[in-house]
Design a binder for this molecule. Structure first.
Ligand code: FES
Length: 158
């Protein structure tokens, strides 16, 4: 009787242990699959194509629109943002965000003044994005630029 009981006890514990291993084998990857995207911080390095080098007017900041897919967890949102590209020689490019560093309004290039102007609080930035006047606390954000063939691409953290 005692042998039967201990054998039954041992068998039931072995069955439970095997069942636990099988459940862990299927369950852990399934949970990881479901949870992993939500735990990502959404930051990823990407090169975003913005347009052709032929569109850049020599010596004048030229506005491009960039479409950026930002993924957070299971949700992907497409944002459109503006990038001013400047070159004086057709080889070296400077890319500047058109978002004012004060409160996020859009700056625009004013050819006559040779500066960027933010209409919200009269912020003024130089051609290279340095603060010249007004409340902006820091220069316009700049991005790394590369040229692939004739395609301009800016480096973006999404
Ligand atoms: S948001 Fe541009 S100066 Fe305030």
């Amino acid at each position: 009787m005692t042998d039967d009981l201990s054998r039954r006890t041992l068998l039931s514990k072995m069955v439970a242990a095997i069942g636990g291993l099988i459940a862990a084998g299927f369950g852990v990857p399934a949970i990881a699959y479901v949870v992993a995207p939500a735990s990502k911080d959404g930051l990823e390095d990407v090169w975003v194509p913005i347009g052709s080098t032929r569109q850049v007017e020599m010596g004048t900041p030229t506005l491009f629109k960039a479409q950026i897919d930002r993924t957070t967890g299971w949700v992907t949102q497409t944002e459109e943002t503006g990038v001013y590209v400047l070159t004086d020689n057709g080889r070296d490019y400077l890319a500047l965000s058109n978002v004012c560093t004060h409160l996020g309004c859009r700056v625009r290039w004013v050819e006559k003044e040779q500066s960027f102007f933010c209409p919200c609080h009269n912020g003024v930035f130089s051609k290279t994005g340095q603060v010249l006047d007004g409340p902006p606390p820091k220069p316009l954000e700049s991005f790394d630029v590369r040229v692939e063939g004739e395609q301009l691409e800016v480096h973006w953290d999404v």
